[in-house]
Design a protein around this ligand. Structure first.
Ligand SMILES: [Zn+2]
Length: 292
């Protein structure tokens, strides 16, 4: 009896624990192989945007143009964009007498400012209407309804050795979710084919994800704006299969192109939450290189 119960219990605990089961010691949160992105000074970013830059005596940094304002706090990932909270991937850095952001954060922040607007004639520099050639999604990955405007892609592992859309959907429902929290599942040959991309019901219906809640009190920014992709496997123990990586690269490239997501917008779960997900053995540097 024990022989069958123990693996089942281990599996259930792994799934129930989800990404939380892999809380890291802080020093291993980011693998050393990931090269830090370059930075841009906040004052330079303001002048590029045509915004006025001021340093508040209380320590806040403000970029303002007319009614639009971005407020940053040195040392914090939190930004306020026109009164709405926004979480950057990295904190605002103090560098000597200056303050700086990682370029990926700066880009996302600027996109967010534009996204908050939508009123014509709003920016000092009129935003050139960008209508890039966007390839439609292949039918097997196309949603059933009009697509949302997705800004990021967050990569996860299941922390289980096996899985599929149906298997994980049941687990998430048992945890009280309305359905599977991820949008896409990439199988490993157990339940779903090795490298098989399965589409979750949330993606079909273009529902907000339930995979990257940073803090119950926040505005759920990451779930509202991120496509959640999970690879079946526990990458604290093993690596994804070659076919899983090939499928991931193809899926991410396709989604990046369709939704005009910048490379910096593709992030591991651990970039925004205190977790090891998608696991220290997930080849993040290889993924970045293949996505270039
Ligand atoms: Zn995760």
């Amino acid at each position: 009896m024990h022989k069958t119960l123990v693996p089942l219990l281990t599996l259930a605990l792994g799934v129930l624990g989800g990404c939380q089961a892999t809380k890291p010691p802080p020093q291993t949160a980011v693998p050393p192989s990931v090269r830090p992105e370059p930075v841009i000074f906040v004052s330079d970013m303001a002048s590029e945007m045509g915004f006025h830059y001021t340093e508040d005596p209380r320590g806040f940094l403000e970029l303002r143009l007319g009614p639009d304002a971005v407020v940053l706090t040195p040392g914090s990932r939190r930004a306020m964009v026109n009164g709405h909270k926004f979480y950057m991937v990295h904190p605002c850095l103090k560098m000597g007498d200056n303050f700086a952001l990682r370029t990926g954060d700066a880009r996302m922040l600027r996109q967010h400012v534009r996204g908050e607007q939508g009123r014509p004639g709003h920016l000092a520099r009129p935003a050139a209407p960008v209508q890039p050639q966007v390839a439609p999604l292949p039918a097997r990955w196309a949603p059933r309804v009009v697509a949302r405007h997705w800004r990021h892609i967050v990569i996860h592992h299941t922390v289980t050795s096996r899985g599929s859309v149906g298997f994980l959907d049941q687990i998430h429902r048992a945890r009280g979710f309305d359905s599977l929290g991820y949008h896409f599942v990439i199988g490993n040959g157990t339940g779903a084919g090795d490298g098989e991309v399965q589409v979750g019901s949330r993606w079909a219906a273009q529902q907000v994800g339930a995979h990257t809640r940073v803090d119950p009190s926040d505005d759920n920014y990451w779930n509202r704006n991120s496509i959640g992709i999970v690879l079946v496997g526990d990458f604290t123990q093993t690596r994804p299969s070659r076919r899983q990586m090939d499928s991931l690269v193809l899926l991410v490239r396709t989604l990046e192109n369709r939704f005009q997501i910048a490379p910096e917008g593709v992030i591991p779960h651990r970039a925004v939450k205190d977790t090891l997900c998608p696991g220290p053995r997930f080849p993040w540097a290889e993924l970045q290189q293949r996505l270039r």
